[in-house]
Ligand binder design. Structure first.
Ligand code: DP6
Length: 359
C-alpha cells in the first residue's frame, strides 16, 4: 500500500553532505497497541504518555553518492559499529523509500545512543525509529522548497510507524493517539496525533518510575507478538475493548478521574499479557517479581489514598505511574518495598515529556 499524501514533489534543491541530530523519547501506552495488519496498520487505536528521560539521540551524517540501486549505510551504537542493527534499518529503508526517494543517493553514517542502559529490557525501537525518521526528514527538508511544521512532524510520525508501530507516538507529547477512533477527530492509522482534547491538571507532569525486573533480551519479538493476534480466539473482542477503553479514556482525562484511570490502565496491561497467555504458542512474560510488585502496589493503594498504578509493556518490567503531587511518598514506597524486586536494584525515574527535539 502506497499512501500518495506522503510522496514528496520532485526535489528542487540538492545538497552534497551534512548531518542532523535528533533526540526522541520512548513512550508508554495506556491503551495498548497489540495486533497489526499489513503495512504496519494497527488493529486498534492506542494512546500513550510520551516519556522524557528515556530517549535515543541519533545523528545521521550523509554524503552524496552515485545511485547504484542500493542503500549504503553504517550504524554505530555508543561509538561501536553495530552490523546486527543493519537488517532492521534496511527493512525500514525499503518500507520508506517511496516516501524518501533520496535514500539511494547518499551514504549514511548513523550514530545512535540511548540514555537508558542497553539491554535494560526497555524497548529502544520507539525512540530509535522516531529519532531516525526525524533525521531523514531533516535531510528531505533541505531538498524541497518549504514544509510546514505540522507536515514535517506528521510525515516523520508516518515514517517512524513504518519502522516500529509505537514509534509514531514518540514525536510529540504529552499524550499521543495512534489509530483511527470515531470520537477523536484527526486520529489516523497512519501516524500519531497529539491528543487534541482537554486534559485535567492532575495528569500534568505525571511520573513514571520504571522498575527493571528483568533486563534480559525480549522473550518474544514484537513482530512475533503482534502476529499472535492473527486468528487469536479473543482478538475481535480485544480490538473492540480497546476502542471502548479509548472512548472512556477521553472522559477520564477530562475529568481527572484518577480511579477510572487506574482501573483502565491496569486492566489494559493485564489484558495485553492475557492475550499472550492465551495465544498459540503461549507466553508468560511476567516474572514472579512482576507479580510481587503488582501485589505490593495494590496493598499500598489499599492502605493509603494513593493513586499510584502500574502498567506493563510486552515484558517483565513494571512502569509505576503516579501524579506529581505524590512523588515523594511514592518514591519512598518504591525504595522501601519495590526496589528489592528489581534486578540489581535498578530502576529509572522518568516523567511525562513533550516529544522529540533537534540539536
Ligand atoms: C506492547 O511498536 O514494538 O509496547 O510495530 O512490530 O515494531 P512493531 O511493534 P512495537 O509494539 C509495541 C507494543 C506494546 C504496546 C504499545 O506500545 O502500545
Amino acid at each position: 500500500m502506497i499512501v500518495p499524501d506522503f510522496i514528496p514533489q520532485p526535489y528542487s534543491k540538492s545538497i552534497a553532505k551534512g548531518s542532523f541530530t535528533w533526540s526522541s523519547p520512548s513512550n508508554i501506552a495506556l491503551v495498548k497497541y497489540w495486533g497489526k495488519k499489513q503495512d504496519q496498520i494497527p488493529e486498534n487505536p492506542s494512546i500513550s504518555f510520551t516519556l522524557n528521560n528515556c530517549k535515543t539521540t541519533t545523528t545521521v551524517h550523509f554524503s552524496k553518492k552515485e545511485n547504484d540501486g542500493d542503500y549504503s549505510f553504517e550504524v554505530f551504537l555508543d561509538g561501536e559499529k553495530k552490523d546486527d542493527f543493519k537488517p532492521k534499518i534496511k527493512t525500514f529503508f525499503k518500507r520508506v523509500e517511496a516516501y524518501l526517494p533520496f535514500l539511494k543517493d547518499y551514504h549514511f553514517k548513523i550514530e545512535t545512543e540511548n540514555t537508558f542502559p542497553h539491554s535494560s529490557g526497555i524497548a529502544s525501537s520507539a525512540s530509535g525509529m522516531s529519532a531516525l525518521a526525524l533525521c531523514l526528514m531533516s535531510i528531505e527538508k533541505e531538498l524541497i522548497e518549504s514544509v510546514s511544521e505540522e507536515n514535517f512532524i506528521q510525515k516523520a510520525s508516518f515514517l517512524a510507524r513504518l519502522g516500529s508501530g509505537s514509534a509514531c507516538r514518540s514525536l510529540e507529547g504529552d499524550l499521543v493517539v495512534w489509530g483511527k477512533h470515531d470520537k477523536i477527530k484527526g486520529s489516523s492509522d497512519l501516524f500519531g496525533l497529539k491528543y487534541p482534547y482537554e486534559v485535567h491538571q492532575d495528569f500534568e507532569n505525571y511520573e513514571d518510575t520504571i522498575l527493571l525486573v528483568d533486563k534480559g533480551e525480549k522473550q518474544v519479538s514484537s513482530t512475533v507478538g503482534h502476529n499472535l493476534m492473527h486468528g487469536h480466539p479473543f482478538a475481535v473482542e480485544r480490538f473492540k475493548q480497546a476502542n471502548k477503553n479509548l472512548s472512556e479514556m477521553i472522559a477520564i482525562l477530562k475529568e481527572g478521574n484518577l480511579d477510572g484511570f487506574i482501573a483502565l490502565v491496569e486492566s489494559e496491561a493485564l489484558t495485553l499479557h492475557s492475550m499472550m497467555m492465551t495465544s498459540m504458542p503461549y507466553f508468560i512474560l511476567m516474572k514472579p517479581n512482576t507479580l510481587e510488585i503488582i501485589n505490593k502496589i495494590w496493598a499500598y493503594r489499599k492502605s493509603s489514598d494513593s493513586k499510584v498504578c502500574f502498567t506493563l509493556d510486552a515484558g517483565a518490567n513494571v512502569h509505576v505511574l503516579y501524579p506529581a503531587r505524590e512523588k515523594d511518598a511514592v518514591l519512598e514506597f518504591i525504595k522501601d518495598e519495590l526496589v528489592a524486586y528489581c534486578q540489581n536494584g535498578q530502576y529509572i525515574n522518568d516523567i511525562i515529556g513533550f516529544g522529540a527535539k533537534q540539536s
